[in-house]
Design a binder for this molecule. Sequence first.
Ligand code: NAD
Length: 340
Amino acid sequence: MATVGTAMARITFFETEEWERDYLKRQLKGHALQFIDGHLGVKSASKASTSDAVGIFIYSPIDAKILSKLPKCRLIATMSTGFDHIDLKACKKRGVAVCNVPSYGENTVAEHAFALILSISRKIPQSAERAKHGDFTLEGLRGFDLKGRTIGILGTGKIGRHVIRMAKGFEMNVVAYDAFPDKLEAKELGFTYASFNKLLERSDVISLHLPLIPSTKHIIGAKAFGKMKRGCVLINTARGALVDTHALLAALKDGTVSYAGLDVLEEECEIKEEKELLSAAFARTCDLKTVLENHLLLNHPRVIITPHNAFNSQEALERILDTTAQNISSFFGGRAINAV
Ligand code: NAD
């Protein structure tokens, strides 16, 4: 079996589901694939000792010890955006390349954000529940139009921009805040940047698309709620801890926030990568249901919660596999892509 620079390679995948195996086999025809149940660890590494590449997810930590058990390996293809489970220095020392999946779900998460907005504006869960019980009365089901309203986008990165495009399709006014404003993009998409406080003051709907870092933790807290327009709708599909839950409950109570649509909650177990949520290893260590059940927000009549499901579309998951397959094919074709 050949290695770098030629078309054919021996590749061992860990942490894959059945459908992903079939998909990868189709995408990587011409290579010799092997699939091992579970993660890549000291014990299972021997199964990949003759492999030219390994495909892993974040539950397979790669360090010098593991690498020493993979003497033929030239490439680690992680099927994740994050790569802090991989010791890059140790890889470099052994001449092992590492590639990742830089993005896969920006439209997917944006669509979910809009699903939450529309669920709220048109009272979809309440309407569907009522119709299911054979009750077709309309009392209490009047919604509101999005057209002409102002949406405030916090974070105009990959996902935020998709939300902006969708909002423009609904003829909403878009105001945005970002630490690194892209004025050219704003002109092209037809939105304006404003200060954080001005965005809070002007927006009827606020949608969060910021990373969770020390400076953004609780960015939506009591002070921010104090500046919001009365009756504002808050949407969070980014990270739970961007919002101070206690302050949100108070803002719901005093009417500052009329409705909240949340795909993420502050008390979630620490999630680095969305796809963790589909992994059995994650389910064993974190009981999301219990966390959610204990949460006051879950039963709030003006809050819609989805279980961190925004990333979870067939297409988004296939994009992870497509990029991984391209990473591997390109590398063994002599042109590394998405190297980290
Ligand atoms: P991105 O990196 O493309 O965009 C983030 C934006 O935030 C950038 O434009 C950046 O300049 C801006 N930013 C960073 N720090 C800031 C600060 N302190 N103040 C103001 N702006 C700041 O990220 P993305 O891919 O658009 O993802 C956005 C969020 O969505 C992330 O938190 C990510 O974890 C989350 N996410 C959620 C799901 C889900 O299933 N719910 C799936 C994928 C991503």
